[in-house]
Ligand binder design. Sequence first.
Ligand code: FBP
Length: 610
Amino acid sequence: MSGADWVARHGLIRFCEGVEKGRSLFENELRKLSIPVMDVFLEDGRFVPAGFEFSGERLVESESVSGVRRVFPNLYPAIGSKVLKASGFGRPFVVGKRVAVMFSGGPAAGGHNVLVGLKMALGVDNTLLGVRDGPKGLLAGRLFEIGESDIVRIINTGGFAFMGTDRTKIKTDDQFERVKVVCRDQRIDSLVVVGGDDSNTNAAVLAEYLFQNVHADGRGVQVLGVPKTIDGDLQVGDLLPISFGFDTATKIYSELVGNILQDTLSSRKYWHFVKLMGRSATQVGLEVALQTRPTVAFISEEISERRFSLSQIVDIICRAVARRAARGMNYGVVLVPEGLIEFIPEMKTLISELNEFIASSSKLLLDLNTMAEKKEFIYEKISADSAKLMASLPDEFEKMLLLDRDSHGNLQVSQIPTEKLLIEMVSVRLHEMKADPDLFIGQREDQIDLTPEEVERFLESKFSTNSHFFGYEGRCGTPTRFDAAYTFNLGLLVGSLALTGKTGYLVAINALNRGGQALAIPLTGLIHVEHRYGKDEFVIEKALVKMDSPAFKFFIGSREHWATEDCSASPGPRQLWGPVSSQLPMLIALNHGYTSLDFDMGKERKILPG
Ligand code: FBP
């Protein structure tokens, strides 16, 4: 029943009183949204699981192959480096399988549709179990059966609320053993991990651990991964263009940034500093910049590559502010990636020294009461350069660098107010510039060439600021049409793999502009060695923004113009119906050589009857 029908039947007051959660007019219409489904999952108009065959693609062997063989003695020989593709041949006909699915890490739009697709691939002859609250819930054996009525309720809705998630890393022998026991007790045949790079690294390790001898008859448990993260940093070249959730998050942020840009053009008095989520990579920041054309946008990877210091970053902003002020434009928008500070080489060294120190001595730190004591203690333990840099930062910021790490040992950069730090430092620098204009105005390369009238205008200008952090707003919104379709098809794909008995694969869909190609990528082929927190770890590499990628090149070719002129774009709210509802992320289109922004994942289908 549509929302309008519901109101007609039950009355407006009862509707407004909220008779049932999740039943706004919008949510009711959403459940009826038709979404594209790939041909390989269709037979006689019904959704069916696919079979698999060798795609002809092999992953490039990681440089750490001997280590990978050692860490994955069962999995690596079994799945090697061959990428599989879903096919209409060899469709599995399986009954009685029990598949468990778990969200892991931060939420991302579309997760619920993975469950819907998975449930449909398994059909009525197999059982789908949901794990409550991510890995923590798995360890506690908190599983429940996902039924038809759940699917009807959650289809096309945002967030992970239906099952919950968390960031527990399963790493100790006790934890692995616990998972084994839960799988045995609950008769689980396959475990699907919906997560980012860290969670899928964990999935690979679990696939090895559960490879055999879980059940009394010697069978193991298959472990499969689904690529999720708004950060967009789980990509595998042409095979996996993007993780799900990225499109929704970036479209939400782009709408907000577009609105702020419109406000600057209207009120002409503020500089807005906007921090955008995306822990390490700046895929989110780049996409939002492409969509909105802000005054200044930083890409952390470039900062790292060009070895910029914090002071140089401040300088870049000050020059943009001064140039615009000279022309009477005392406004602008600066995009600051969440992970920026970790990419500034001097800060990176400081943070990694702090990470290693905190990993080994957090208990000692706890014993110290005041911040002054903590600082004194830490300054002695880190290098002199790092101690000097740390001491030069505002107190509040220094305190933030000592916040608790997450279970993967990462600094929680979302909690660090980099946008405020920059505002503070830029204000101080502008003050210095105004006090001694001859230092920065002139013909030298490091100076700004301004006429006397322009200098006058700059000296009289005001630098009024606002800061924003767009992060949590973007993770749980209603999935875009792209994410809704992508995740439903990923669900069908991972369900198919579960039924064919495969283990140790990450599902992927590429060729997103021509019907889509459904793939299974061996997780062990993605693992490489990284030095983390004082030791070598086998992990999936994060996909950072590449300096030679078409999307980045387009950005650097445009930014000078964006900084001096007002050429912002306002993408507006994301659309689920109508002419602009089929847009995929611009950086996918640019980086993969698509000629249009429209995606194509097959024909539109009504997913649920009624
Ligand atoms: P995932 O990689 O787990 O999907 O999380 C991404 C993210 O949204 C980052 O952008 C952000 O740094 C982090 O989660 C914030 O996490 P938390 O929810 O723990 O504050």
